[in-house]
Design a protein around this ligand. Sequence first.
Ligand SMILES: Nc1ncnc2c1ncn2[C@@H]1O[C@H](COP(=O)(O)OP(=O)(O)OP(=O)(O)O)[C@@H](O)[C@H]1O
Length: 693
Amino acid sequence: MAERKRKRPALTGPHSSSPVKSDKSSDQKISPGTEQPISSQMRADGSTSPSILSMKSDGSMFMPINFGNENPERSQMRADGSTSPSILSMKSDGSMFMPINFSNENPERSDWDQSDSPAAEPRLKKPRQDPEYQRDDTGDTRLLKAKKKLKEAMKKKCTSISEGNGDQQSSLNKIYTELYITTGESEGPQAVHEFRHLERKETEASPEGTVSLSDIFKPLPGQEKLHRTVLTKGSAGIGKSFSVQKFILDWAEEKENQDIDFVFCLAFKEMNLSTDTKSLDKLLTEFHPALKSLNGSTDYVKTNVLVILDGLDESRLQLDFESNKTVTSVSEVTSLSNLLSNLIQGTLLPNAKLWITSRKVAANQIPAKYVDMVTEIRGFNESQKEEYFRKRFSDDLTLAKRIISHIQSSVSLDIMCQIPIFCWISSVLFQDVFSGDGKAETPQTLTEMMAHFLFVQTKRRSRKYDQKKTKKKEENLLKTHREFLLKLGKLAFVHLQKNNLIFYEEDLENCGIDINEASIHSGFCTTVLREEEIFSQRKVFSFVHLTIQEFFAALYVYDCFTNKNTTELSNFLDVKDKEHTLLDLLKMTVDKVLEKKNGHLVYFLRMLFGLMVETNRRVLQDLLTSPDPSQDTEKKILTYLKSIRRKTLSPDNCVSLFQTMVEMRDQKVKDEIQEYLMLKDRSKTELTPMHCS
Ligand SMILES: Nc1ncnc2c1ncn2[C@@H]1O[C@H](COP(=O)(O)OP(=O)(O)OP(=O)(O)O)[C@@H](O)[C@H]1O
């Protein structure tokens, strides 16, 4: 019923003790009651036209593979050639004219009076003339108070994070490593990282087209006006949610973006839990109880607001931009999907900044005309990757060095580690390997990497919690835990189909999982007890990262396929009446996944097919059954994949199939692309859509 998460903010992290700078913006930007609000967001020409943006020209489809970002700013231009942001009359929001709420003149003075707190903000030097300020003869206002409370809450939420070992929290500032972020987007939907090394020098040499996280709302060189909506794309585990968390933390710690008064973060995976209608004000307050101190006033809409919508790909809402009901007031009650589509269109909170993050395959749900700037997180470049390991193992730099050189010794591992989630998995994996006998295995594919990860986590869990350890048990580690691991696989698969990433206790029980066992199986499924009462204070569970849920789902389906246990899959494939061969089942799965528009099962497909290859699953031999070798299924399914690629496929699907073949260690397409890139005169060579995508 709920969805899951990939990186999750610590809900109970300690309060940061970092010094808080004085809030220079607080007496400048908040202008409640004035008719001259946040001028920085206004178009100089006063126009109210929405932005129009071509996210990807059709032409790009058949251009030579562009692993870099040859024309990064193309996608930021409006159709009229201007780069100006959309802007809208402040007055379009009915709430602007709501009477100021005098019902609670000075309700929580004592809370606000925290002048002894290190985080206390300086008071306003001069009393302001507008009524909202006059009501408070000390100059403290409810807005300032709410802003301060919000910053404190955000700091608490974002200071530490759980990266996977449920029992261990890390400081975000300590482990956060700068990411390579470009403006515009790469041409290939999501496979770019597979070959990025081929042109790494080129991209790293030029900072052009790159943007720092804290600058995404600042105008680009040559761009005079600010943009309202930024869409940040990136593949799974590339660091989107981590970036969101870091952006918020820097704001809350008053290090960056102090022109923004309120930062609200709405994660789609959490919004999926909300079923009732509500106003935007109610939604924001549910997610950010700091707003409660405004006692119902919606004056914050007159300040500089940033709303972050994180993880669009995790959304189960149908966003309708064509025939949705127009909503202009934050107090108007409507459905959640209506609220969000109006927010994205700019009819709701027209003056707010909006930041949407999404995996690439799901990002096209938002019409280009509602996006002013596209950025893409491309993961770590060479030096950032090394920096990551040095930070993670700052107390053992020799280990960091060994891991870095080990990763660099394998081309595929090196490429995989451009994606931060794999740096994390590698650090878990190689910490274990290098503290053992030193005979490190070098995973070559995503599936193999995940298989090693599962093995290491199971071993850790066993060391920590298994009371009666016997040598035999250790040797048959995966066999011992097989039943539990496959139940987790079932949970992963059942909910992946529905794009559910957060589960309740009853969801676990429905899959036969003992809650206590799930809780101690940290590293896979972490217990999260919400600190805030968002919708209900209930125990919720999620896989540490979506990629891990996808891998578990693949394990489960692989097991069902190879053991002919297809009754469990009848909701997924039409397998009721007939017995099907493994090859049939795999073919049906490809067709089913390619049918899906949002691409949310493609990583599952990739790893399911990866498991068909013996080398990828050798570390899991006690857990999984091998297919009958006489059927030659591996070869036949590869032939099938190659035959599909000749049919008309979307670029995203082409890439998914390509990645699936790479996962099955088929080198053909990869070799053809490399050959092409070596050519002196590429113009004479004809490329297929598969190569281009
Ligand atoms: N900048 C970073 N510094 C250090 N570690 C990072 C960074 N970005 C990501 N990571 C690591 O990668 C993991 C995945 O990152 P994150 O959850 O942000 O990815 P995502 O892009 O939101 O993925 P998905 O689309 O699957 O949700 C994090 O849990 C963390 O371990």
